[in-house]
Design a protein around this ligand. Structure first.
Ligand SMILES: [Mg+2]
Length: 374
């Protein structure tokens, strides 16, 4: 048995020129931050994770150093306690799975007992005009994606709905469409109240008429009654839970029949350890588990291993919206970008753990004291 020797956390920022005008930000991003977590055992093997900025985690490292790296359930239980006291420490769980894969000489998808393949959906992140969004949709089809996610949040919801209508008119049923309303939680600066049930119903009904595959976060994450009622009122799948934290909250969402599609992200919530259990519970309840993956390539890979390795999904989120959001930017911490094939499939490596390598030269060049957006 080996023992955990060190945990190292480093912060990085990739300059973005041209900037990335993320639909959820008030100004375009000029930096893409990343935090890398490395866990090393006393045999010199290293696992990597990324996601949360992990500020202050040094205070808790002593609860892991000296432990058996393969005791993943124990580590996840400690991380769950730490989460209650301080931040979202789940990148360490991902790093421990990567390390466990290297110790066992198995990819994570195989350790979980599942498949190495999952189909992708293109997840856009920029508000564009209806004509430009039609081009985005046509490009997604030509690249083999079966589905595209569109962002709402323009000045008027009618402007958002016009985008969906334009795409549907242009591409017919050749592309599944999802719509993210982003009402479940707010960025720090954004104090607008979330939609209430009447507005959500009106929008969801319009989206159902356009045969949209799911409506994402049409209501606040705690509006359990609203979500359950919306599902009764409108024949459309309701998705959510991407930033929901606690196991009891997911239990409420399941028991009250609030969602059709659950989207927790293993670098933000419960890690691979906790979400592997939750994914099976969700699938057993007849619901879809398909994580949020907006972040860098390590998070995308971790969630793809988790999902393909457990219950599978109709498709998984792949952040992709060139020219501002390319695979090169998204995956800048890795030596090679993560690409889907011409039929929209993401195939995971047979290499141990996550099956990726850090771009060490890039990490040296982008190293910063903090992982901030500006
Ligand atoms: Mg979302």
């Amino acid at each position: 048995m080996s023992r955990i020797a060190t945990i190292e956390i480093s912060h990085h920022r990739l300059p973005l020129d041209p900037p990335f005008p993320a639909s959820w930000d008030p100004t375009a991003r000029t930096q893409f931050p990343a935090t890398i977590v490395r866990v090393t055992d006393d045999a010199g093997r290293q696992g990597v994770g990324a996601g949360d900025s992990m500020y202050g985690f040094g205070d808790y490292e002593r609860w892991f150093v000296g432990e058996d790296p393969l005791d993943l359930d124990r580590h996840a239980a400690v991380l769950s306690n730490i989460e209650f006291h301080a931040g979202r420490p789940w990148p360490l769980d991902v790093a421990l799975w990567d390390l466990a894969g290297k110790i066992r000489e198995q990819p994570i998808w195989a350790m979980l007992g599942g498949s190495n393949r999952i189909r992708a959906y293109a997840s856009s992140g920029v508000h564009r005009s209806p004509a430009e969004m039609v081009d985005v949709a046509r490009r997604a089809i030509s690249l083999g994606y079966p589905a595209l996610k569109v962002r709402f949040g323009r000045a008027e919801v009618d402007d958002d709905l016009a985008v969906v209508s334009a795409i549907r008119d242009a591409v017919g049923d050749r592309l599944a469409l999802m719509v993210d309303c982003n009402q479940g939680w707010r960025m720090p600066w954004d104090i607008r109240p979330p939609w209430r049930l009447d507005r959500a119903t009106e929008v969801a009904a319009r989206l159902a008429a356009e045969d949209v595959y799911w409506v994402e976060e049409p209501l606040h994450r705690a509006d359990y009654d609203g979500m359950a009622e919306l599902r009764r009122r409108v024949p459309i799948r309701v998705a959510g839970g991407e930033m929901t934290r606690e196991p009891y909250e997911f239990r409420e969402l399941l028991q009250r029949d609030c969602l059709d599609v659950f989207q927790p992200d293993c670098v933000c919530t419960h890690g691979i350890t906790g979400l592997a259990h939750l994914a099976r519970e969700i699938a057993a309840a007849g619901k879809v588990f398909t994580p949020h993956t907006w972040g860098n390539g390590i998070g995308l890979l971790a969630n793809a291993h988790l999902t393909a390795g457990t219950v599978g999904a109709p498709f998984i989120e792949v952040p992709f919206d060139p020219p501002e959001w390319t695979t090169a930017r998204r995956d800048f911490v890795l030596t090679s970008t993560i690409e889907v094939d011409g039929d929209g499939w993401l195939t995971l490596s047979d290499r141990p753990g996550l099956g990726c390598d850090l771009a060490e030269d890039v990490l040296v060049a982008t190293r910063q004291s903090a992982a901030t957006f500006s």
